[in-house]
Write a protein that binds this ligand. Structure first.
Ligand code: ZN
Length: 175
C-alpha cells in the first residue's frame, strides 16, 4: 500500500513494507524541504504516541525478508484460533455429522444421545482448543509487537485440527 500527501509543491510518500507489525517507510519525493521534515516529525510523533517505534536501517534488514512469512504465520494462527473457538462451542454428532452445541446431551438432528466416552472425547478436545487459543493469541500478539520469527513458538505445536476431530469421530463410530 502506498499513500502520498501533497502540500504546495511538496510531496510526501508513505509505503507499506509489511504487516504484523505494520511496517511503513515515509519520505519526501524530491528534495527535502522544511515542510517535509515537519510532516515526518508529526507522523513519527503520532505513531510513537500509539506505541509505534522507529527502526534503524540494520533493524529494518531483520524485518524486511520476514514480511511475507509474518503475514502467512498470522493468517495460519487466525485459522487455528477460529477452529479452536468452534470446537469450544460445538461438537460433531458421530451419527449424522451435524454440529451440536457442546452442552447438549442429544443431537438436535438425529436425536443421538452422546455416550460418556463421547463426552470425554469432547472434554479432551475442548481442553486442547483452550490451549490452542492461548498459544495462537500469544503468537498473534508477539507478531504484532515485532518479535522476530525465530523468537516465536514453532507453528502448529498442537495437533488440534478438523482432520483430527474427524478421525476421532470415525473411531468412535466403530466402537
Ligand atoms: Zn446427529
Amino acid at each position: 500500500m502506498s499513500l502520498q500527501w501533497s502540500r504546495g509543491g511538496d510531496l510526501l510518500r508513505l509505503q507499506t513494507l509489511g504487516w504484523f507489525p505494520l511496517l511503513v517507510t515515509v519520505g519526501p519525493v524530491g528534495r527535502t524541504s522544511r515542510a517535509h521534515r515537519d510532516a515526518i516529525a508529526r507522523l513519527v510523533a503520532a505513531a510513537r504516541a500509539k506505541g509505534g517505534k522507529t527502526l534503524s536501517d540494520s533493524q529494518l534488514v531483520g524485518y524486511l525478508p520476514q514480511a511475507e512469512l509474518r503475514w502467512q504465520r498470522a493468517l495460519s494462527e487466525r485459522v487455528r484460533l477460529s477452529r479452536a473457538e468452534q470446537i469450544l462451542e460445538a461438537r460433531r454428532c458421530p451419527r449424522c455429522r451435524a454440529w451440536v452445541e457442546n452442552s447438549a446431551t442429544h443431537c438436535a438432528g438425529c436425536r443421538h444421545r452422546f455416550t460418556p466416552a463421547e463426552d470425554e472425547d469432547r472434554d479432551q478436545l475442548t481442553g486442547q482448543a483452550r490451549a490452542t487459543i492461548t498459544s495462537a493469541e500469544r503468537v498473534l500478539s508477539e507478531l504484532a509487537r515485532g518479535v522476530l520469527l525465530n523468537g516465536l513458538a514453532p507453528p502448529d505445536q498442537d495437533q488440534l485440527s478438523v482432520q483430527r476431530e474427524e478421525a476421532t469421530s470415525v473411531v468412535m463410530r466403530r466402537g
